[in-house]
Design a protein around this ligand. Structure first.
Ligand SMILES: [Zn+2]
Length: 137
């Protein structure tokens, strides 16, 4: 049900943003989905479509585009930056899969590829956000 709540809040935010810009219709909403976000993209898209079906007004003609946002990590020790795909190459398949669903596992398994420090921050790739909204006034 997480996906539905998320879809609803994305659409609410999109409508609010469009109202601020005095748009009469929203044509496209581009949603950025962090690759470490723990949601099922299929369900999320389905939820967006279903919620929009019942909407009149601003969202009536809106189309949703989903873009996957690549994750990035930054080492707290040497400030080296790397991505989830870099990290995946070093893990076996099972661990790769686990990380896909449970980002916290990443923190347990991973080390900085540069200095081997386990102390790093997930900088990008966890959130869901609206990247852009197109519409007509
Ligand atoms: Zn490092």
């Amino acid at each position: 049900m997480h996906e539905w709540a998320l879809a609803e809040s994305i659409l609410t935010a999109a409508v609010q943003a469009a109202e601020k810009e005095h748009l009469k219709t929203i044509t496209t909403i581009v949603v950025g989905l962090g690759e470490l976000q723990q949601i099922e993209q299929d369900i999320f898209e389905f939820a967006l479509e279903e919620i929009m079906k019942d909407q009149a007004g601003l969202l009536k003609q809106a189309k949703i585009k989903i873009k996957t946002e690549e994750s990035s990590f930054v080492c707290n020790n040497c400030h080296h930056r790397w991505t989830f795909s870099d990290m995946k190459k070093k893990l076996n398949e099972d661990e790769g899969e686990a990380i896909h669903f449970i980002p916290e596992v990443a923190l347990v398994h991973a080390r900085c590829p540069n200095c081997s420090s386990p102390d790093f921050t997930i900088e990008k790739g966890r959130g869901v956000s609206i990247l852009s909204i197109k519409g007509e006034k």
